[in-house]
Structure formats: structure tokens, C-alpha cells
Ligand binder design. Structure first.
Ligand code: SAM
Length: 328
């Protein structure tokens, strides 16, 4: 089993399949994007599949694909199939901005993808384009419809909550879970590097943070009822919405985190194991993979350096890489 120094057993691998993204969300990266990795530095599908194979042999059961934007990686259904067919892997899921999902939902589901999380920070079409700098919300709605049709469930909507940007929409966004069997999850804004000004009409990034306590106050009229957390199933605190089909969740990377039960490792698009999202320590796997050597000792090394907890609250901008490069 892959167990770290603090006794946490690793069962979940989060894989960034590309550092490229077709959006430029203001809170994630600068308008011009960030320096792209050369193709030779990006993991091939066979290399990713090898990491999954070894990890699954030692207890990893679930894989989530992310990015960058995972759907811009060519032939993604082929990778999904390779992962889904790996002995030991029970769950393959994806986090996406949804822009390309309309065409890909069916082939991905057919290849073995079980679920998708779609990032959507607003219901307002103009605001969506201002937040993402380039995107059209219509593509996301088409993507969500296609995901439902393809049976990718339960669908989760991830909302990064920002004062002066979408705090006026929290109620409307939570109410999506009334009419749909979706989990709408509000995520606290994390302070990251590479932040350019967000643009006219938006606040300074450092003034935009809203705590979960404040979000709960805003949503008080909904009488949300806390659900018991299932240990090890991720960092969201979930609530049921009386009379609703779905759920509402909150993710607080800054405030109350769940490091003590963190069961995950991350793999960056350029083949580094990152034991903690919020620590810059990374172990490169690519040289060993390309030399035909075993990566097991490197996975074990990653477990030895996986920190007990993150220090985001103390270090406001710890990242050498921005979220889109790490695979948020
Ligand atoms: N492109 C995909 C997407 O949009 O979901 C996957 C990668 S994206 C980096 C993963 C998630 O990280 C998205 O839900 C995004 O909103 C979130 N994210 C990015 N920067 C963030 C920040 N500074 N604070 C909180 N969440 C952030």
C-alpha cells in the first residue's frame, strides 16, 4: 500500500493531462497565459497509464483528470479508456471548464469516464466572458446538457466565490441544486502567483476573498442542512437543500482544510508527483519512466515528503506554478 509518514493511505490520483487552457480566468492566470511546456516535456498517454498501473497495484482506486483544461488534450477518450481498464481502478472522473464538453461527453462516457465536475462561476453570460476573458457560457450549458445525456453523474458545479464578482449570485447558483440533481460547490478563492489585475469593474484580487462562514450567512434563507462527511472522500462540506434534488457544498482550502485525511497524490502534466497541491515540493518521474526504470521508489519518496498539512494561511503566495499549471 502507498502509505505516507503520517499513516495516510493514498487511494486517489489527480492527473493534470495538459498545462494548456482554452480560457484565461482572471483568478487563475494572466491574460497572455503562462509559458507553455514543450511537447517533449508533456507525459505521453502510455507514461501516464504506467504511473496509474503502478499506483493501482499499490492501492490507488480513483483517478481524476484535470489540467490546464483536460479537454484540449487530443484523443483524451483514448487515455480515459487506458485508465478505466487498469486493474484496480474503480472510478475515473474529470474536472473541466465545460467549453468542449458538448462534443466529448459521449465518447468520454463510452471510454469509461464516470463523472464530471464543471467549473462555472456565474450565470450571467457577459460576466462569464469577463471572468474567463474569452469564453462563452452557452458552450458550458451545452456541455452540461451533453454530460447529463451521456450519464456522467453525479454532476458537480464548482464555483469560485469572489467578492465584487459573483457574491451577488450565490443564492441563484445554490438554487441550481433545487431543480437539478447537481452538487453546487462553492470554493474559497486561493491566493496564487501570476495574477494580473482582474479588469474594469472587478476588485483587486486581494480584496475578493470570501470565507465559507460568510457564504453560509448569505445562503441562510435556504435553510441548508449539513450532511455527515464521508471521511476520505474529498474536501467538500456538503449540505442538503430542503425540497431540492441536489446538494450544496463548500470547499475551504484556506480556512478549514482536511489535510489529516488527505488520501491523494497529484501528477503534473510534465510528469512530476506533487504530494500536496499547496506545497512546491515535486518528485520528477519522467526520467525514470523514459529510462524504463521502476517508478515505485519515486512514489515512495513522494510519500516520505508529503507534508502533514499545508501552510497556505501563513504563506500568502507559496506557488512557483499557478493553479492551471499544477492541475487544480
Ligand atoms: N480547466 C479545468 C477547470 O476549469 O475546471 C481544470 C483546471 S482548473 C485549474 C481546476 C479548478 O481550479 C477550477 O474549478 C478553477 O475554478 C479552480 N481554481 C483555479 N484558480 C483558483 C484559485 N485561485 N482559487 C480557487 N480555485 C481556483
Amino acid at each position: 500500500m502507498l502509505r505516507d509518514t503520517f499513516g495516510r493511505q493514498i487511494e486517489y490520483l489527480r492527473i493534470s493531462v495538459t498545462d494548456r487552457c482554452n480560457l484565461r480566468c482572471v483568478y487563475c492566470m494572466p491574460p497572455e497565459g503562462v509559458e507553455k511546456l514543450g511537447h517533449e516535456k508533456i507525459m505521453h498517454f502510455e507514461e501516464i497509464a504506467e504511473v496509474v498501473r503502478v499506483a493501482a497495484q499499490y492501492g490507488v482506486r480513483a483517478v481524476r483528470l484535470t489540467g490546464g483544461e483536460p479537454l484540449v488534450r487530443k484523443e483524451l477518450p483514448r487515455l480515459v479508456r487506458m485508465i478505466a481498464e487498469t486493474p484496480g481502478i474503480e472510478d475515473v472522473s474529470l474536472t473541466t471548464n465545460g467549453i468542449l464538453l458538448a462534443d466529448l461527453a459521449a465518447p468520454l462516457a463510452e471510454a469509461g469516464l464516470k463523472r464530471v465536475n464543471v467549473s462555472l462561476d456565474t450565470l450571467d453570460a457577459d460576466k462569464f466572458t469577463r471572468i474567463t476573458r474569452v469564453g462563452s457560457i452557452e458552450n458550458v450549458w451545452q456541455g452540461i446538457a451533453a454530460a447529463e445525456k451521456a450519464g456522467l453523474a453525479p454532476l458537480k458545479i464548482n464555483v469560485v466565490t469572489m467578492r465584487g464578482v459573483n457574491d451577488d449570485e450565490l443564492m441563484d447558483m445554490a438554487l441550481l441544486a433545487k431543480e437539478h440533481p447537481w452538487t453546487v460547490r462553492f470554493i474559497e478563492l486561493m491566493p496564487v502567483k501570476n495574477q494580473a489585475p482582474w479588469g474594469p469593474g472587478f476588485p483587486e484580487p486581494e480584496n475578493a476573498y470570501i470565507s465559507i462562514q460568510e457564504m453560509l450567512q448569505i445562503l441562510e434563507p435556504l435553510h441548508l442542512e449539513p450532511l455527515t462527511r464521508k471521511v476520505g472522500l474529498g474536501p467538500a462540506r456538503e449540505y442538503s437543500l430542503p425540497g431540492g434534488m441536489g446538494k450544496v457544498g463548500f470547499i475551504s482550502p484556506v480556512g478549514d482544510h482536511f489535510c489529516a485525511e488527505c488520501n491523494r497524490l497529484r501528477l503534473t502534466a510534465d510528469g512530476n508527483i506533487r504530494p500536496c497541491l499547496l506545497s512546491d515540493v515535486e518528485i520528477p518521474l519522467l526520467p525514470a519512466l523514459r529510462a524504463g526504470e521502476s517508478i515505485l521508489p519515486l512514489l515512495q519518496q513522494a510519500l516520505r515528503v508529503k507534508p502533514e498539512g499545508h501552510t497556505l494561511a501563513e504563506h500568502i503566495t507559496p506557488h512557483g506554478r499557478c493553479m492551471q499549471q499544477i492541475g487544480g
